[in-house]
Each structure stands twice: as C-alpha cells, then as structure tokens.
Design a protein around this ligand. Structure first.
Ligand code: DOR
Ligand code: ZN
Length: 352
C-alpha cells in the first residue's frame, strides 16, 4: 500500500464525447467539465438539432458565453448528420474551423435522434466528401429496429452497418462512440492500427453492468444508451481502456437530464458523470493497477486520432478522495443527479 502513488500529474485531459445541452442546463453543467477538461467534442442533439455550420457556430457562441471567466476550455463542435445534409456546408464548416466532426445517429436510436439518418445509402455523397477532406465521422453504433433485442443492438450494428461502412469508405476516419461490447473492442482492435477507426469509452460502462440497473429495484439513473451489457463485456471494456492502445480514449457521454425526466414512467436515457469524470476514471485505472496508462487514455490518444496537439498544461490528482455532489441545481426548479451522487471516490482533482 505504501508504494501506491499518492499524487498523479497528467496532461490535462479532453472529453471526446459530451452532452451539455443549452440554456440553463448548459450554464449549470458546463463549468464542471471546463474545470477538468481542456476540450470536449460537443454533441449536437439539441432540440432542434445543430445540423448546419451556422447552427453549430451559434451553439459554440452560446457555450463560450456560458464559460466561467478566464476559462480556456475549448468546445469542439459537431454537426448532426441528416438524410438532407449538404456536403458543401460541412466542408465549409470544417475548413473554417467551426466544425471538428460529424455525428451520425441512426434515426430514433436515442435521445433527440428523430432527425437522424434513416439509411447510409442516403448519405453516401456526404461521407465521400468527408473522406476526401479528412473530416471524422462519429457514430452512435446501434441499430434501431424494435425486433432486435436492446442488448444486441450494438453487435448487430457492427455487423450490418459498420463493417460494410468500413469496406465502402476505406479512408474515412470513424469514431465508434461509447462502445459497450467485447465485439466493439475486437472490431476497433482490428481496424485501429490503420488509423481509421477508434472508440470512446465512458466511465459508467467501465463501472456498471446490466444487473446494476436492477440492483434492489429499478435504477433509472443508470439507464443510458447504448445500455450497459453483461459483466463479461464490462471486463473487456476495462481491459481495452487500460491497455494503453492508442485507438481507445476518453469520452464520458455525460448526458444530463432533469431528475423528473429520469424518474418517470418512461425515463430518458443518459447518465450524468461530468461532475467528477476524471476522478471516476482514475478510480477505475487504479483498481486495474494501470494508473500509469491513464494519461494516454485521457489526454494523449484522443488528440493523436484527431490530429491535434495534447493540451499544454497538466492537472494533479490526489489520493484521499472527494465526495460526489448530491444534486446539481439547474434553475431553482430542475436539478440533475450526478452518477455516484453523495458517494466517496478515491481520487480528487486539485483546484488550480
Ligand atoms: O444515454 C444516452 N443519452 N445516450 C445517447 O446516445 C444520448 C444521450 C442524451 O443525449 O441524453
Ligand atoms: Zn452521447
């Protein structure tokens, strides 16, 4: 025990998959991420979604205006792909630096995805353009047919959508977001070395399995999409995240919903981890005896895939822990419940 490091200094991490919404919710949750992360890939599934470069730019302005004074946090914007997306608009957004990537939601796969792509066939010219200009495609990897079991939707997507997509677009850079299965891990390992496929891994999928959703009763705050899978998959994800392999990197998919929208007869999908994201990941890496690989996963692999430099500054984590906030007030009427609310974690992020 005495040899265990008490302090860990790593390059400032980035969050390569984040939901921060807009308005009062944005103002409530953004400072929590900005305190930890240098940059974040901002998901565009607003109501209505941010589909064009102009909409992404307006959203970026709203985010920048909501940042705490002096924050150097940088939002990296995405456009929400639809059957009607204009390739010229995406290219303009990418070349001007407004857009970093494009997000593909299969229609109706998850929260606010009704405008998503109904068939890859409808977006072939757009994907060809993205491939030509080096613009990454970020994929929510689940099929949506009601006749496919919810626990099989990622594996079926890999076989029926992603594998043909990789074959059809051999130079398109793809991030398979929030992987939840051993099959996802395997596919990324197969195509990772060519530099065209990588995956984000959330901290909740490293910590919970599908039984956690029903431990002692139904747990709406652990419901997210893709849904947590059985224990063998969680273990495969833990091995992948802590492996140091460069095609796996941090993406929280932190997705705040008002408590009332979660604790409901038909609750929303989404787990809010942003309040203590890096502390949660540190705990997992510590449990796996892999603290020496946290920096690669959290701070180096993501920028390398996106062709960006790592953050110049560092953060310090200290053993001794922190307590996850109980609730986060949004506007006096709505509040959000953080993952592991009120619990003690093993690591603490030192204030600057
Ligand atoms: O659980 C989820 N919540 N999964 C998603 O893909 C979307 C997200 C949200 O926006 O709430
Ligand atoms: Zn997401």
């Amino acid at each position: 025990m005495t040899d265990a490091p008490q302090r860990l200094t790593i390059r400032r991490p980035d969050d390569w998959h984040l939901h921060i919404r807009s308005g009062a919710m944005l103002r409530a949750v953004l400072p929590l991420t900005a305190r930890q992360m240098g940059r974040a890939i901002i998901m565009p599934n607003l109501v209505p979604p941010a589909v064009t470069t102009t909409q992404a730019e307006a959203y970026r302005d709203e985010i920048l205006a909501a940042l705490p004074a002096g924050s150097r946090f940088q939002p990296l914007m995405t456009a929400y792909l639809t059957d009607g997306t204009d390739a010229d608009d995406l290219e303009r957004g990418f070349r001007s630096g407004v857009l970093t990537a494009v997000k593909l939601y299969p229609a109706h796969a998850t929260t606010n995805s009704a405008h998503g792509v109904t068939s890859i066939a409808h977006v072939v010219p757009v994907l060809e353009r993205m491939q030509a200009i080096g613009m990454p495609l970020l994929v929510h990897g689940e099929v949506t047919h009601a006749d496919v079991d919810i626990f099989d939707r990622e594996a079926v997507f890999l076989e029926t959508v992603l594998t043909p997509l990789l074959a059809r677009f051999p130079r398109l850079k793809i991030v398979l977001e929030h992987i939840t299965t051993a099959e996802g891990v395997d596919l990324v390992r197969r195509h990772g070395p060519s530099g065209r496929l990588a995956a984000t891994i959330t901290v909740h999928h490293l910590m919970i399995n599908r039984s956690s959703l029903f431990a002692g009763g139904i747990r709406p705050h652990l419901y997210c999409l893709p849904i947590a899978k059985r224990e063998s998959h969680r273990l495969a994800l833990r091995r992948a995240a802590t492996s140091g392999e460069p095609w796996f990197f941090l993406g929280t998919d932190s997705a705040p919903h008002p408590i009332g929208a979660k604790e409901s007869a038909c609750g929303c999908a989404g787990i809010f981890t942003a309040a203590t994201a890096i502390e949660l990941y540190a705990q997992v890496f510590d449990e796996e005896g892999a603290l020496d690989r946290l920096e690669a996963f959290a701070s180096l692999n993501g920028p390398a895939f996106y062709g960006l430099p790592p953050n110049a500054d560092s953060i310090i984590l200290e053993r001794g822990g922190c307590v996850v906030p109980d609730v986060l007030d949004v506007d006096g009427r709505n509040a959000v419940l953080p993952f592991r609310s009120g619990e003690r974690l093993d690591w603490r992020l030192l204030a600057e």
